[in-house]
Design a binder for this molecule. Sequence first.
Ligand code: ARG
Length: 585
Amino acid sequence: MPITAHVARALGAALGYAPEHLPEIERALTEPPSLALGDLAFPCFQLARQLRAAPAKIAADLASRITADTLIERAVAQGPYVNLYLDRAAAARQVLGAIAGDPERYGSRNLGGGQVIVLDFSAPNIAKPFHFGHLRSTNIGADLARIFSFLGYRVVRKNYIGDWGTQFGFVIYAWQKWGDLHALRQRAIEYLVELYVRAYKESETDPGVREQARHLFLRLEQGDPDIAALWQQFRELSLAGFMRTYERLGIGFDSYEGEASVNHLVEAVIERFRRASVAVESEGALVVPVSDVLGRELAPMMLRKSDGASTYAARDCAEALDRFERYGFSANIYVVSRQEDHFAQVFAALGKLAEAEGWESRWPQTCENVSFGYVRGMSTRKGEAVWLEDVLDEARDRARRVREEKSAANPRAFPELPEEELERISESVGQAALLYFDVSSRRMSDITFDWDSVLQFEGNTGPYLQYCHARMCGIFRKAAAQGLATTGGPAPTPATLADEEWALVLVLRGFGAAVERAAEGREPHEISQYLHTLASAFNAFYNRHTVIDGAEPLTTGFRLELVGAAQAVLASGLRLLGIRSLELM
Ligand code: ARG
């Protein structure tokens, strides 16, 4: 039984509560501001209101009725709170036992019970630049996918590639005029963007170009085989480029079907809107008047433009309906920034359609746009336009230089390593710097990117956490060299725990709760914050106590177990963030 459940049961018994009230008590438990004030606190305000008595009096009364047991050492009233002091050794046994029992799954829980969550993330565009927003979406989306899976949801990862739209008219126009097969094979997506930009520039001085581009896109929409073959080739080459990057990051998707894949569904969906009288004609276009959840009127959602072309919104409606039929999702989440209005329109329009068609289902309410803030200051050697591949290269090279400097200053901590090993480490550290940066603040905050600070080996960075992990592994290398047990497995617990040991145990206890907060708020930052706290608790412990040299054998055994548990949880949290743990740095 988790410690909080045990404590809730003791409080419930003292209050004479029935078992069904225990979860409520458990949820009310908080952490006192310092260890001196106890390990858990129960606030008595609500109880005091119900009983019409002063909270402090209730607390004093309740505290006196709690008896010590195997886990609870004592209960003390402090103002309106009952502070509970745990038997540190017994509680440590429980936490460390749970981690050792299943280090990789510790903190997970079957909250989802196999329900399906569709996650729409990354979704770069073909023939438009891959910008930093796509990197953040890729990263936050992949984190959420891992977090939901960890909690027992079945996650469908959708990469809804932007492979349709009028930009293709410009690209095809440019291709017919300047196309160079060699450049396309070499640089695929970057070359397509160049073509697009060149044609677009020309259209600014020569309006005829826009006309021709529109005409070419129309031919594509009508299925002209030559144009369709070109489009197919553009798509495939671009996707192959994206795939290399995803592979490098260890991110995969269940589907790469983009906007074009719903083309064959769009007409029927538009017809449904029309038949249900949800869509109306407006100046030659077909629109759905919509309002947001608070009933405020939004700009009407356009299904079809006056020139007959279907819209991005129409495709998203068709795609969402298709997803629901295919997966019966409990949530359909779009990790996309700065399209709040678009998604509000789409969700509202789907709601109107469901109502008009008389469905019982609440499913449009299960659609959700997870947005995020803006990133400033990101540029690479090649300039402002951000290609993920370049960013990863640069991160790797810079990580390598930082390590070289560290190694020159402190060769003991950063020994010489074979070239292959160094490459692997630099790649992992560079990625850790980027991936952690993205989640080092809450997702809605705007953040400023700075190469030097994200690559620091100390502070709130990914490399810092990797370094902590490597330090923990170093303790086990040292133990092995001295012939000590190195599994980090169960060891006898000393009768008392030092404050720093105890503080570390308490942090380890909180991992599952952090994962659940991350899932509930769609906020991977909860995990990064947790890991930072864990690393600090470990450092506070390790700076104060020796694990091996000069410690009693009993103490060494317990501390190795404690370090082993911290290492397992740190690795597990990093895994949820897509960051590789390193044994050596
Ligand atoms: N490709 C779009 C863009 O870059 C993002 C697509 C997001 N997903 C969606 N279902 N609309 O802006």
